[in-house]
Design a binder for this molecule. Structure first.
Ligand code: APR
Length: 238
């Protein structure tokens, strides 16, 4: 069924969350036991308030995540999505992830709703640096300001450009596939609904149920993202 939808659709948009990177070795946020927010309160480590009130904890939390991304790499599912874009099977990827794995695997048309861990910038003068500054524990700008990852912190609004583009892509989609997201964070979780309301078929591939499952045409809970993508790819390109 999903293979048929993929082949027949003319404008397929993929929407990914942290569940797309667990098979690369990066923890997600809300899986029971292993999710990052199961161990830490995001307000204490991933918010503008934490950056201002408890900057050492903030620096160490994000340095660990920067090192984690450097130690891991995009799994085969990422390569498959990049191939599908080249083959014209999918048109774009909206991602909540900040690991940069879609670009690293070769995808081109990507909207990073929550920014990226690949860069840091000065909270004061906005100067940008590579995330190796955090690797090397350089947490301050030449101007003396604090360096913070170029991710969207809790309490900050989403970057205008990817957000607007994601809305356009969601309206254009005739097939919208969610992969590895609990769909619990607004406004990022609105895009599957926009796509559905504009007539797209909605597919949710996620190990746990989501609150949006009842809107979906197909729901896959019993297979990991990498496995679903691999089997689909083998079917379509056999
Ligand atoms: N295959 C399929 N689903 C998976 C896999 C996998 N291999 N691994 C985990 N999952 C599912 C989990 O069951 C979970 O429901 O992926 C989902 C990930 O959900 P979250 O951890 O909430 O991640 P996400 O939806 O991306 O979070 C959104 O929250 O904290 C913010 O900014 C952060 O971008 C993040 C946002």
């Amino acid at each position: 069924m999903l293979e048929k939808l993929l082949k027949e659709s003319t404008y397929t948009v993929i929407y990914t969350g942290a569940g797309m990177s667990t098979e690369s070795g990066l923890p997600d946020f809300r899986s029971s036991q292993t999710g990052l927010w199961e161990q830490k309160d995001p307000a204490q480590v991933a918010s503008t308030e934490a950056l201002n009130r408890d900057v050492e904890t903030f620096f160490q939390f994000y340095r660990e995540r920067v090192l984690g991304v450097k130690d891991c790499e995009p799994h085969e599912g990422y390569q498959i999505l990049a191939k599908w874009e080249k083959e014209g099977l999918i048109q774009s990827i909206i991602t909540q992830n900040v690991d940069g794995f879609h670009a690293e695997a070769g995808s081109k048309n990507i909207m990073e709703l929550h920014g990226t861990l690949q860069k840091v910038h000065c909270q004061t003068c906005k100067k940008e640096y590579g995330s190796e500054m955090y690797e090397q524990e350089h947490f301050y700008c030449e101007c003396g300001g604090k360096l913070r990852p170029s991710v969207i912190l809790f309490g900050e609004s989403l970057p205008e450009e990817p957000f607007m583009k994601a809305a356009e892509e969601s309206e254009k989609a005739d097939l919208f596939i969610v992969i590895g997201s609990s769909l619990t964070v607004t406004p990022a979780n609105q895009f599957p609904l926009i796509a559905k309301e504009c007539g797209a078929k909605l597919v949710i591939i996620n190990l746990e149920p989501t609150h949006f499952d009842h809107h979906a045409d197909i729901v896959i809970h019993d297979q990991k993202a990498g496995q679903v993508l691999k089997e689909l790819d083998e079917e379509i390109f056999k």
